[in-house]
Design a protein around this ligand. Structure first.
Ligand code: SAM
Length: 371
């Protein structure tokens, strides 16, 4: 039976395989053309296409990992010009209760003095999920390297914790562990400490998803707490603000036991359950329409529920202290701060969001001129 004539694509596959071999790749292009019976210039064109090809992040898991290290640095197209943080300084000086500015998070944080805020709480753009109308497209280590200086700078300007709400995406069944990379880099390379607990924000009404095989409904997100090590133990915290009467340990038969080295578990006679127990580190907060705490929240692409922000404000920002959010979006964290008698400073890189947050906060202080 006559052999089938090699097609251009089988020839290309053969040349590609040869170029992947370190020894064969050293041969001149003409020699490879002769070897594979391709026309003069064929190998050279294939070689060129390899170097000019754009990385494809989803072609394979291996490609994704390799590409993560190669993504170019990103500069937003409508990058806000660094502003002097006048509004923030008016809040720090006690002249205003809140100030929201149009600025890049890192530029803006760099202008604030050490320990300016009591608590920083934010949700940044997630890795590879939304472009925010400005082509945000950082992935992998490039995303981590963009966020690291922002978190470390936030830690400098914060007297307490920096809480970061963010999760990694799943593509082609592969979870991208960028949040774990971020936590590792911040604690091992940048010298930050982790705060009292990573939290799990559970979304009892999370979107049902596509229903396709092997995917899970994305029903929780991590929230990491970072800070400079000298901020611990925290000068102020009130976790009992959301405490509840304990359900265990109050009745006979539910008393605490303490396991001895012998394995025996005698009742702990010293233990008496507190009237109010510390709340757990799993926080259940609904998302979506009617659950965000303000109708204007829907004008941001990824708003946080007000109920989530309220917890952290009441847990970790002392009354009349200052909450900071360098990715303010629709102003949820500011809303929570004002609602609970705290002050607020924040910024967003998009003018649309600065205007949105000011409109939202204006609802609470209609009698006051907006900063
Ligand atoms: C996840 S949203 C924040 C949503 C907000 N927590 C809320 O409840 O509405 C992220 C925000 O970060 C802003 N942003 C993106 N890059 C930024 C940067 N370099 N500096 C400041 N803000 C930025 C986006 O414009 C967007 O509004």
């Amino acid at each position: 039976m006559p052999r089938a004539k090699p097609t251009t694509s089988t020839k290309k596959a053969a040349v590609l395989a040869a170029l992947a071999d370190p020894e064969l790749a050293k041969l001149p292009d003409r020699a490879l053309d002769r070897l594979f019976g391709t026309s003069v210039g064929f190998t050279s064109r294939v070689r060129k296409s390899l170097t000019s090809a754009k990385p494809d992040p989803v072609k394979s898991a291996a490609a994704t990992r390799a590409n993560a290290l190669r993504y170019p640095a990103w500069e937003p197209t409508d990058h806000a010009q660094p502003t002097r943080s006048d509004a923030a300084f008016r809040v720090l000086g006690g002249a205003e209760p809140w100030g929201v500015e149009h600025a890049d998070a890192l530029d803006w944080l760099r202008q604030l003095p050490e320990r300016a805020a009591s608590l920083t709480l934010f949700s940044p753009p997630y890795e590879g999920q939304r472009g925010y109308d400005m082509g945000f497209r950082l992935k992998g280590q490039a995303w981590v390297d963009w966020l690291r200086p922002i978190v470390t700078e936030a830690a400098r300007v914060t007297a307490g914790l920096v809480l970061v709400t963010v999760s990694g995406p799943v593509r082609d069944h592969e979870y991208s562990p960028v949040v774990e990379w971020l936590a590792a880099d911040l604690t091992r390379r940048d010298g930050l400490a982790c705060g009292p607990s990573p939290y799990a924000w559970v979304k009892p009404n999370a979107m049902p998803g596509s229903g396709s095989e092997n995917y899970h409904r994305r029903a929780w997100e991590p929230i990491y707490a970072f800070c400079l090590p000298d901020r611990l133990p925290l000068a102020w915290s009130d976790p009992l603000a959301f405490g509840e009467a304990p359900v265990k340990g109050t009745k006979r038969g539910q008393r605490m036991t303490r396991r001895k080295s012998s394995g025996a578990r005698p009742l702990d006679s010293k233990y008496t359950a507190p009237a109010i127990a510390n709340p757990g580190n799993v926080l259940s907060c609904k998302v979506g329409g009617g659950n965000l705490g303000h109708p204007l929240a829907h004008e941001n692409e990824a708003p946080m529920p007000l109920s989530l922000a309220e917890r952290f404000v009441r847990w970790y920002c002392p009354p009349s202290g200052i909450v900071c959010d360098p990715f303010i979006g629709s102003g949820t964290t500011a809303h929570a701060a004002i609602l609970h008698g705290r002050r607020f400073v924040g910024c967003d890189i998009r003018a649309s969001q600065v205007e949105l947050a000011r409109r939202r906060l204006g609802d609470f202080s209609a009698d006051r001129p907006q900063p």
